[in-house]
Structures are given as C-alpha cells and as structure tokens.
Design a protein around this ligand. Sequence first.
Ligand SMILES: [Zn+2]
Length: 229
Amino acid sequence: MWNGKMKAVTFSYDDGVEQDKRLVALFNRYGMKATFNLNGSRHISNGPGYPWTFNGNITVARMPIEDLAGTYVGGHEIAMHAYTHADLDKLSDEVCKYEILADRARLTDFFGKVPVGLAYPCGRYSDRVVNVLRENGVKYARTVISSHSFDLQDDLLRFNPTCCDSDERLFELAEEFINTEATKPMLFYVWGHSYALDLEGRWERMERLCEYLSGRDDIYYCTNAEALL
Ligand SMILES: [Zn+2]
C-alpha cells in the first residue's frame, strides 16, 4: 500500500470557495495532496456564487464555474459534498439519493472524472444516509468527528478524520506522526475550510504544518481516495 510506505498524509477541504485557490497553491508548493468536496449546484458562471461576508471585510464566495478546472490542479481529488449542501439526515431516501447523483453528475461534467468520495455537509449523517450512499456506489464518506488517531478504519462510510486544521492539538499530532516509528500503517488526515484560514488568520500556521510534514521519503502524500481505497 501507499507506494510501499507505512505513513500517509492527506487533506480534505469543503465547499469549493475562492480561498481554495490560495490553498491549492500552498499544497502544491509543499507537495501535499488533498481532496476538495464540492456542491455541484453552487457554482455559477456569471460571477461569485452565494457570497457572504464576515466582520464586514472577508468575503466568502463559491468558485465561479469558469475557474474550477484551472484551480484544482496538481493531482488533487474532487469529491462530493451533496448537490445543494443539504442536511442529508433530514431528507427522504429519495431526495438524499438525488443530492448524491446530481452532485456526482455535475462534478463529472465540470472535471471529466467521476467522483467516488463524499464529505457530509455539516457533518450530518445517519444509518439511513449511509445506506443510501452505499446503495449508490459512494466509496468513502468523511465525518467531522476527530479521531485524534492515525489508525486505519474499517467503516469508510463513517470515516473520522484525525483532526480539523483548527484543532489545538494539530502540531502535537503532527510531531507524534513524524516521530513515531511505524509498525503498522499510519494515516494523518486533516480537514477544514479554506475560508476559515482567512477568517481566523491561520494561513501562516497552515504553511508551517505543510512545511513540517513535507519532503519526507517515508510519507506518501496523497488524496483521500489514494489513502483510503
Ligand atoms: Zn460544507
């Protein structure tokens, strides 16, 4: 597995917003690979979709359709985040299925590749949602529950990340990951929102993390699908 390596690092970022451009550039500079989870209906061609503003000066906008293909370059993965960012656990099975299939179709149109994974919008899911995903061929789905662990997990449709990029233990975990001699596969899986790096002034911290993890022969830098499937 993992090109013969025992350690892997992967990232997962939600919502397909403008700040992803800066994040992709950062990941590419340090050789990191990530998965970006997008809502197919939220990207429109005539300008930034659904912008909202924090503190009066930070704008968060969905990536316009014409920027999508040129943004996510460098071997990153595109995955689903439901067609309209709906709370999947509140929907009927039928509408939940629509959210998955419509998102998959739209993202396939955008990127010319069929997405296989998903991040639950707002982390919301239920056993029923998991069944809908399974029946419709989704291969893995990420929650927002931190495992604070590097262990592999059996249930890929309820996959718990190691931690969020805002986690106060982020660097403690990174050091543990780097310094532990792997006797079994170890996956460091970090998720977040690129716009939160703007809102919370955490770009420098994110760059420090990428720099700290980068350039090691014993680590496989990969997308979520490459890490999990
Ligand atoms: Zn989201």
